[in-house]
Ligand binder design. Structure first.
Ligand SMILES: NC(=O)c1ccc[n+]([C@@H]2O[C@H](COP(=O)([O-])OP(=O)(O)OC[C@H]3O[C@@H](n4cnc5c(N)ncnc54)[C@H](OP(=O)(O)O)[C@@H]3O)[C@@H](O)[C@H]2O)c1
Length: 337
């Protein structure tokens, strides 16, 4: 009732397009009343997943079958402003996080109460954990079979996903190499305890790995793709595992067409493996991962890096997506709403 006559803004993909900006539109709608099992959340911050956002606006996310118009954004933290009559677990004023597709880039959302999770405070830091940190944890442990006392390489290590992966690999007792593209990012990685920081603009990744890690890397968490992926495959240790977390170097452009010997020529002789990771296909691990990450965060065992560049309002999302794809960010990109 309180929200009668009030409207809110959200971002939709009105059409498929090669770049995010050409696909989107801001629409204004009345704030809904909650259905019996729903809560209404005023989103305060949304996490920016520029790779996913761009690919979904191109119609290239194969596991979702959407026809425009559709809602954009995924994770958000905010405050409960209304509660459906069957909802008993939430109250107006509760701080919550949600990770539903379409629930991020909007000022208000109506969501089934089962899909929201209470947190202590609706701060941007939470968005580095859910679902970003959850992805890092599940990819390392379930796909990469992370052990201890191994050499682990994280690419885009100072990014939203990478900086959590670095810390989880360290907490598990590994020697961690992190790649990044600037000294500022290198400084963050130092603070996170990264053992060998490679700024790929001043050092050659392949040379460093060949010279300093002649026995190879046991586990690679690759976010970048292209030449970085090739170099990582070439430098895997015997029985080394490479997890394809993403290939951000390709998202801003058309995908590269590569003609070269089939990858089994590389994998076979060292019994290495390349494993794809996609969070929605590992849903059963999310709750446990979320709880462990929150515990690490609340007990100060995990440091959180949110990129300091300010993006404010639905109007700023396109710039935030562009900024992340430019590779300049240090930590998770978050927009205030
Ligand atoms: N599989 C899944 O379910 C899943 C879930 C979450 C995220 N991801 C993936 O994880 C990766 C990281 O995502 P994020 O949202 O956390 O982004 P991010 O790491 O915060 O930002 C991207 C970073 O990539 C690095 N990068 C390296 N080469 C680049 C290039 N050619 N162009 C642009 N950036 C480049 C940049 O840092 P440096 O220059 O310092 O390297 C940049 O800061 C993405 O590939 C994403 O798709 C996958």
């Amino acid at each position: 009732m309180l929200q009668e006559c009030k409207t809110y803004k959200k971002l939709i993909a009105k059409q498929f397009a090669q770049d995010f900006k050409s696909a989107i539109e801001i629409v204004e709608l009345p704030i809904p009343e909650p259905a019996p099992s729903e809560i209404i959340i005023r989103n305060k911050f949304a996490g920016v997943n520029a790779g996913f956002d761009t690919l979904i606006c191109r119609g290239e996310v194969s596991y979702v079958n959407l026809t425009p118009p559709f809602d954009l954004g995924v994770e958000a933290v905010g405050e409960v402003v209304a509660v459906g009559k069957n909802v008993t677990d939430f109250q107006v004023g509760d701080a919550v996080v949600t990770t539903a597709r379409g629930g991020g880039y909007r000022e208000y959302q109506a969501i089934n109460a089962d899909l929201a999770f209470k947190v202590r405070e609706a701060t941007p830091e939470i968005l580095t954990l859910m679902p970003t940190g959850v992805s890092a944890l599940v990819a390392l442990e379930q796909v990469g079979e992370m052990k201890s006392q191994e050499v682990v390489l994280v690419t885009a290590a100072a990014g939203g996903t990478g900086h959590i992966a670095v810390q989880l690999a360290k907490l598990a007792g590994n020697h961690v190499i992190g790649t990044c593209g600037s000294d500022t990012k290198g400084q963050l990685l130092k603070e996170l305890g990264c053992d060998r920081i490679i700024n790929y603009r001043t050092e050659n990744l392949n040379q460093v790995l060949k010279q300093e890690y002649p026995n190879g890397v046991h586990l690679v968490f690759d976010c970048v793709g292209k030449q970085v992926f090739d170099t990582c495959v070439d430098n895997l240790a015997i029985r080394g595992r490479l997890v394809v977390v993403g290939f951000i170097s390709e998202y801003a452009n058309n995908f590269e067409q590569v003609t070269q010997p089939r990858i089994y020529q590389k994998l076979f002789w060292k019994a290495t493996s390349v494993r794809g990771f996609l969070m929605p296909l590992y849903k059963e691990y999310m709750v446990e991962a979320r709880d462990r990450l929150l515990d690490l965060f609340y007990t100060n065992k995990l440091k959180i890096a949110v990129d300091p560049t300010e993006f404010q309002g639905i109007e700023s999302i396109a710039a935030a997506v562009e900024y992340l794809l430019s590779g300049r960010n240090c930590g998770k990109v978050v927009a205030g709403l």
